[in-house]
Design a protein around this ligand. Sequence first.
Ligand code: PGA
Length: 237
Amino acid sequence: MKYLVCNFKNKLNKEDIIKYSNKLNELGFKNIELVICPSNIYLSYFSGDNYKLGVQDISSFIDKTITGEVMGEQLRSMNVSYAIIGHSERRIYKNELNIDFINKINNAIENDIKVIYCIGESLKEKEEGNTYIVLEKEISEVLNNVELKNIIIAYEPVWAIGSGKVPTNEEIKENIEFINKIIKEKYDTKLKVLYGGSVNKDNISELNKIKNIDGFLVGGASTNIDSLESILLEFEK
Ligand code: PGA
């Protein structure tokens, strides 16, 4: 199964969402697990049977009563099947740490919500030649401490997110090879690995040539339904 995960972030208003969701129900495609991750306030507008519902965050608290938090159990009751965890925007702007990711992963897994765990190097780390060190650290410091069940990795170089810049196919392939190697060595298993960072309708056919990719995490380009449709058409080839 290949995956296309759409991360709307904090974009789109109610009218946009209603139009989007109506058109989404009409899209036809095969052999792709399409996951739509809108803001939580719009979850109830999405209920098609050609896609799954995901969230961009989940609470790191399990048994506490906390204002503003959304728990795994609540999300499950809204038919949420996936949760993005560890996104670089949350690492950077919300100062989320490994302990938060571990708790969030547990909260998701306990409620049968699959995890899309994001990792990736910053531009500085790339330029200093530390990409592999960062990837290994982000994998082991979190995944050593959770049950490796229903976890998908999203490799998202921080410098590629929302920047219009993408690594070369060779770079992506090598970094995914490295992620697969580390996961095999440490946990003797294979996890699905997606690529994310400035994927759009113009570069998807080129990115789709990378053999060891299990799918894509798309941000900005997924917020426009026509652009999503073009991406799906290329991706299913
Ligand atoms: P982008 O975002 O496609 O807009 O670069 C990807 C992401 O942040 O997951």
